[in-house]
Structures are given as structure tokens and as C-alpha cells.
Design a protein around this ligand. Sequence first.
Ligand code: F6P
Length: 363
Amino acid sequence: MKSATKTFGILTSGGDCPGLNAAIRGVARAAYGMYDMNIIGISNGYRGLIEGTAQPLKPIDFSGILTRGGTILGASREKPFEYDETLADSEVGMDKPELIKENYRKLKLDALVVLGGNGTNTTGYLLSQEGLNVVGLPKTIDNDIWGTDITFGFHTAVDIATEAIDRLHSTATSHNRVMVVELMGHKAGWLALYAGIAGGGDVILLPEIPYDVSSIAAHLKNRAAEGKSFSIVVVAEGSLSVEESRMGKKERRKFRDGQPFQSIGYRIAQEISAAAGMESRVTVLGYLQRGGIPSSYDRVLATTFGTEAAKLLYSGDYGKMVAMVGNSIMPVDLAEVAGKIKQVPPNHHLIETARLVGTCFGD
Ligand code: F6P
């Protein structure tokens, strides 16, 4: 490695998404080319830092990756500060934070850049509390990270889901059916809200607004009475019925485990068919929403977030996550982000927009 001003490690953690490589490229090209830093690529998220699986990144490694999906570093959902009952025997009793600090020192890192979602940036905050110099970048298709208006990966997922909904319109119309399309988004319904509006969904179900199937059935019957014999129902995978919303976590999990449905979309389709007497079909988009190349918007956003992170590394402004607030890119304290989820507020302007064009939210 060259005799650099600083050496930092970079890792990608949590669910992957388009834009991760664009962000890696943004950090790396700025830090290496403009700020004369060395870069250590850490494999498979925090697991690589626990195991010490890391290697220097050279310009050839972060060249030509702007449009590549996924992450060249690999990812995992390792949460070093959380006890995991499914731990392998070899990992029981392992002090993962201590191993991370040891490897941080062995690799002679001056700082660590973490690209990830809520869990990743929360772990980044906890490591900064242990004395590591951490800079976070907000990545997730769910757009549910506190402190930033938008995360990279979200815009591309909205495009993917919108195109799918457009395609479902034509077949729903041909067969006079209710098409239920299930999107990702366990805890927050941003993806379903944006893609539901963009795709002209007649019903949009979000984790934030518990649904009553009788309200959905009434809406679909009204549509039919107006001569619209098909409907599109956009469902976030974390959507809840009113009765489920009143359950505690354990009771809800027991209730769901007892259900004969592969996922919420199938249950809602069955409930709608029973309540409205309409034929329904289900499409679960799943990992398609996390695959492929990033949209132009996400390429620009991820590159901008990446170069901003390089500036924070250079100035030594650690314990921060790069964020978009309004139209400004700025650092926010990881302490503010850690442990929180950004859900769709019930009074969000897009909820009003959707209702004004006649969309039903199941309430
Ligand atoms: O965190 C983003 C996300 O895609 C969620 O929307 C989804 O529920 C989850 O990841 C899937 O996790 P995994 O990739 O571990 O199956």
C-alpha cells in the first residue's frame, strides 16, 4: 500500500440493494484519489471484521462498479452486539465486539465506513461508543432509516415495483381479477406507498395503517359498481390487520405461524375473495426489488453519499451518518439514528395525495 495519510476499512451489511457498489466507488475514488487514503475492503459485513477477512482495495477493484448490482464486498446480517440463539457452537461465548476492536487495530485502521440499514448504523454507533472512528451511509430499499429523508436503493426498488404493478394492470383487466402484489418492507411501508401511488394501486396496505378487510371489500365492490371489474392491491409484507395490531409481538408471531399462508399477500387475497366474492391472484416481488442495476437517481445519490463520507474521513468528523435532509446532504449523529425506525407518519402528505385520488388504505 502507498504511504497514505489515513487507512480506513469499508463494509456493507444487511440486505443488499442496487447502489451499494456506486456508494463504495464514491467513497473509494474520493478517498484514494483526492485525499490520498488507503482502503481496506472488509468481506461480508461485520462478520468480516470479526473474522479478520479483509484486503486492500486498489483502483482496479473499485473501477467499473458504478452500475453493478449487489456489493463487491459481500454482506451479512451479523449483529455483533446482539445475542443470537442460533449461534454455531464455535461462536458461543465469543466476544464479537472485542474481536472487532482487535482486528480494527491489527488492520491499522484509522476509521471504518459502514454501508447499511438500521441495524448496521446502530452497530456502527455502538462501535463508535467503544472508541472506533465510524462513518455510516444509509442503505436500504425500505427507506426506513431515521435521520435521512431517503436511502440509496429505495428509488430503484420503487422503479422495479412500479414496473411490476404496471404489468399486473393489463392481466388484471383481461381477467377481471383482484391482483394482490406483495412488496418488501417489514416495519415501514415507504416502498408500498410510493410504488402504490406510482403504479395506480387501488388499495395500498402499510404496516403503519392496520387494515379491516371489510373496508377493502366495500371499496372493491364500489369500483365494480362503477364498472371497474379489476383492482390492484399493493401490500407491504409487514401489513397488519386491525386485530393483529392489537396483539403483542409473541401473540402476533404465534397467530402468523398458525396461518396456512406463505406470506401476507396470500392471506389478504383469500380474505378479499371471501369478503368481496371476487377472484384474486397474488404476486410476491420479493428479492427482485433488491436485484439488478441502480437507477440513475440512486447512482447519483449513492455517489454523493460516498464522496460525502470521504470528506468526513478526511476531516476526522466521526460518529456520523451521511444523510439527505430536505435538499441538503449533511452528516447526522449516529447517536440520533441508532435504534430507531422511520415509519410513514399517518399525516404524511403522500397518504393525503393517495386518498385524494381515491386510494383505499384498508381503514
Ligand atoms: O432490509 C431490507 C429487506 O429487503 C426487507 O425489506 C426484507 O424484509 C428483508 O430485507 C429480507 O431480509 P433477508 O435478505 O435477510 O431475507
